[in-house]
Design a protein around this ligand. Structure first.
Ligand SMILES: NC(=O)c1ccc[n+]([C@@H]2O[C@H](COP(=O)([O-])OP(=O)(O)OC[C@H]3O[C@@H](n4cnc5c(N)ncnc54)[C@H](OP(=O)(O)O)[C@@H]3O)[C@@H](O)[C@H]2O)c1
Length: 258
């Protein structure tokens, strides 16, 4: 994709990786529109980044996703890049029943159903504008960690969906890119120990490698440890699974914490 002159919709852009991407894209001469659930966080982002547009919207709510597309149609018909970034990670222990079965699939609703529905409501616009879809999955799409069984499953699902989507859209003028970050310092990883198995990189490092990947025209961008997870999952899957099993065992919350 070209890196300037785009109008980019970034879901979950009021913090962490989404906000960092928004800042980089704005600095490169793009218009960025971010979404999020929390109005105060959106306002803070707007104050921090001059020119940033915000729309309050929950990626897990089908009606909100439809309303988001209606706002894009009305206010930003030139939108040509959809960056599906909104996501949550919830540590879980499945050795005991969950108290709330609706809550149990929160990550599926946000991390998987969110991008799928958002692509669907915006696909005609993206085709008309010869656009780009960027899905943010994770290095954990390749190998699960027991700290986040559902999270890892959602990222593996998003990875698979993204490959099929790329193949389907190839003849429709829409490029599909996948950004697969390793562990990055954000609110999401605030409780993870930064040692041994989890090398947590800075947002700045992630941005550097992400934009190198975009400039190089990569369809799958795997910064830092994400690239190692990719190769290890192919060359030595038993070894890497055993390493990660050991590394995350102590982090699994007790069942009564759910
Ligand atoms: N940090 C990492 O180590 C890491 C590694 C690999 C992949 N990733 C992926 O990168 C993406 C961003 O992660 P992050 O670390 O930047 O997380 P973060 O710091 O927790 O920020 C998440 C952003 O998404 C928004 N969000 C969450 N749920 C949403 C929903 N239902 N609808 C709309 N917006 C929502 C949040 O705002 P509100 O709460 O106000 O909605 C916030 O702006 C996620 O998809 C994550 O899985 C992160």
């Amino acid at each position: 994709m070209k890196l300037e002159g785009n109008t980019i919709l970034i879901t979950g852009g009021s913090g962490g990786i989404g906000l960092a991407l928004a800042k980089e894209f704005v600095a490169l001469g793009n218009k960025a529109i971010i979404t999020g659930r929390n109005g105060a966080k959106l306002e803070a982002a707007r104050n921090e980044v001059p020119g940033l547009e915000t729309i309050q919207s929950d990626a897990a709510d089908p009606d909100a996703v439809k309303a988001l597309a209606a706002q894009i149609d009305e206010r930003f018909p030139e939108m040509n890049v959809l960056l599906n970034n909104a996501g949550v990670f919830i540590p879980r222990n499945h050795t005991a029943p969950a108290n709330d079965l609706a809550e149990l699939t929160t990550e599926l609703d946000i991390n998987v159903a969110g991008p799928i529905r958002t692509v669907s409501v915006l696909i005609d616009r993206l085709k008309a504008n010869r656009g780009t879809i960027i899905n943010v999955s994770s290095g954990l799409a390749f190998v699960p960690i027991q700290l986040g069984p559902i999270y890892c499953a959602t990222k593996a699902a998003l990875h698979s969906y993204t490959i099929s989507l790329r193949q389907q859209l190839k003849d429709h003028g829409v490029e599909v890119i996948e950004l697969m970050p390793p562990a990055v310092h954000t609110e999401m990883t605030a409780d993870l120990p930064d040692d041994g198995d989890f090398k947590i990189i800075t947002i700045e490092q992630l941005m550097k490698e992400t934009f190198q990947g975009l400039r190089a025209g990569r369809e799958e961008i795997r910064p830092g440890q994400a690239n190692q997870l990719h190769w290890m999952s192919r060359i030595a899957p038993g070894f890497i699974n055993a390493q990660l099993e050991k590394g995350s065992k102590a982090l699994v919350p007790p069942p009564e914490a759910q």
